[in-house]
Design a protein around this ligand. Sequence first.
Ligand SMILES: *Cc1c(COP(=O)(O)O)cnc(C)c1O
Length: 415
Amino acid sequence: MTTRRRAEELDQADLLADFREQFVITDPGLLYLDGNSLGRLPKRTIEAVETALHGEWGDRLVRAWPETWIEQPRRIGADLAGLIGAQPDEVLLADQTSINLYKLAVAALRARAPRRTVLTDSGNFPSDSYVLSGAAADAGGSIRIVNTDPVAPSSDAVGALLDDEVALVSMSHVNYKSGALHDMAAVTAAARSAGALSLWDLSHSVGAVPIDLNGAGVDLAVGCTYKYLNGGPGAPAFLFVARHLQEELEQPIHGWWGHADMFAFEGDYHPAPGIDRFAVGTIPVLSMVGAREGIALTAEAGIEAIRTKSMAITSFMTDLFDELPAEFGFIFGSPRDPARRGSHVSLRHPDGYQIAQALIRDDVVPDFRAPDVIRLGAAPLYTRFVDVWDAFARLRTIMESGSYRTFPKARARVT
Ligand SMILES: *Cc1c(COP(=O)(O)O)cnc(C)c1O
């Protein structure tokens, strides 16, 4: 049996342990294992938002636009580029992930007309599938869904469904339920050789897994900043467009922020050169600050160190899972090999919703994804090995006592 002492030793040896102090932790007894859904609040963000509020909005008023705000989408995008293997002028902070996905999917479909099929997989985040099917419908086409094994997604299965109708291949890098990683380079190469563009959603990998968009030859990508990047609730998302495609693509929402000269107030739309043309309207300045600080903190820790800890801590989860009695009835819902998953593991159980509620009652915050997945996320900048050990101890007590059965089987609106 793995002891709590072992967890303490792993925490002592953890090179990122000090980063936990950089976050607001109001309740030290709370075992927060949902950083894959909403990251914690970095202390530096409080100060930075205060500066933006008082020093910029309060004091500089509209003068703050040319002084700092207008540059934010590109400047923060350049900071993020280093974490995802992109050039500084290939990344822009803008809008929300779903909206960026739509803009880039429509742009890709237009660029590859008369092709009008979007290939995605059964493991994609439902919102992404809705957006992609809407974008394909706009082009008179539809989506084609590859049935991938949620725990072992195969690039060959994707390749087998490619043909000359496919304009775009779009998948999530990490499966939001199982945590399985797609082989980005292999899928991207298959898409390219079939004449299709590639569009990756990095929401569940950015800030947790090293990503090499340029190295893999990726065309397009999107992702959010409020999960492992700790940008804050509703923080703006990002988009990536490979440089060689920026002038070729036309995004569908013609807003003044994407105009070649936004303050010329011309009658006609002329897209800006480069990455700027993928912007639409006024940015949420205060939320941008949260994204900026979260990205800077992640860059300071270094993505390789983050990945090393992430693999160690999800492996620790696997060890503890293996020690649970089989009669509890859990199924391990993630790849066994840490190199093949992101930074969460999922435990599947027919009573998963009730068990998740019982965990929350006992100050363990996982999340639940229908129909039977309890996700345990490890955010390497602040999750400790003892948090994971304690969470499994509480889970064990819940299962032994059967106390979870007192919770309703129906889902609440936000899980
Ligand atoms: C979290 C997440 C999103 C979120 O999209 P929003 O537009 O921010 O609501 C989208 N796609 C994936 C794969 C995600 O994990």
